[in-house]
Design a protein around this ligand. Structure first.
Ligand code: APR
Length: 244
């Protein structure tokens, strides 16, 4: 398709691309997105299962959702879209990935400069003594929840719950990349969660060309997106890579 070739040419000539990814890039990896038909938030009310207040008041209940999410993440592997971004970095065009995802699939796909805006599910942390424990099937099967051996308190995945702040280092790095990038590739995000959703607007205001790949339009599509591809990231990204 002409547009694939045109976007590939843009990335080559502008030379500093950054990807901004959401749950949509991992759907083909077997991890359901949050919103929309089969979304995780259709099954679990985020305010009851993904808010820091809920974690403190009822960790056993929150760990029902976390166990479910962990099992899906254990089974997942990088999609063709993840692999395409790894190739784009290897060729020197993709300088960073700012991801809202916590599944660690960009690392597994081979990318190296990854900014995890919402943290990473593969590390559990004790909020009292900061002990870290790697996520593993035998860890998540502990009932009613995995516990810190020292404090006997519930361990929490090192992810940003609703009601928590964004890790400062991630925010600073993401803002820098939003200001440095010449092309921002938005992949698989509904663009409704802040402050993450500010990033594409920051990139646009610094003069970046905005490319968006999504199954559905987002608030970015009609406001800042220059090239919109409606479809699965696993179909669209490999097509674009075909012109490198
Ligand atoms: N390819 C591209 N886009 C897809 C695909 C696919 N195969 N499948 C679904 N999508 C799109 C959906 O149409 C939707 O626009 O991906 C988007 C997923 O949106 P959400 O489920 O809202 O996920 P995301 O935008 O990443 O959520 C942001 O919300 O709940 C919090 O912390 C959580 O990081 C998450 C944040």
């Amino acid at each position: 398709m002409e547009d694939y070739k045109k976007v590939a040419g843009l990335i080559k000539e502008r030379g500093y691309a950054v990807a901004f990814t959401g749950a949509g890039i991992s759907v083909d990896s077997g991890i359901p997105a949050f919103r929309g038909g089969q979304g995780l938030w259709e099954k679990y009310d985020p305010m009851e299962y993904a808010h820091i207040g809920a974690f403190h008041s009822n960790p056993g209940k929150v760990w029902i959702m976390l166990r479910d999410m962990s099992r899906v993440i254990f089974e997942s592997k990088p999609s063709p879209a993840h692999k395409a971004l790894s190739d784009l970095e290897s060729m020197g065009y993709l300088k960073a990935i700012i991801t809202q995802n916590v599944d660690g699939l960009h690392q597994i796909a081979g990318n190296s400069n990854i900014i995890e805006y919402h943290g990473n599910h593969w590390q559990l942390v004790c909020l009292n003594c900061a002990t870290r424990v790697a996520l593993a099937p035998e860890v998540v099967s502990a009932m009613p929840y995995p516990m810190c051996d020292r404090c006997m308190l519930p361990l929490k995945p090192d992810v940003v719950f609703f009601g928590e702040g964004i890790p400062m280092k991630a925010m600073i790095r993401a803002n820098e990349e939003a200001n440095n990038c010449k092309v921002l590739i938005i992949i698989g995000t509904s663009g409704v969660v802040y402050p993450a959703a500010e990033i594409p607007y920051m990139a646009k205001s610094n003069g970046a060309v905005i490319v968006e790949i999504n199954m559905d339009p987002s608030p970015f599509t009609s406001s800042i997106t220059d090239h919109f591809f409606k479809g699965s990231a696993s179909d669209v990204l490999p097509e674009i890579m075909g012109y490198f």
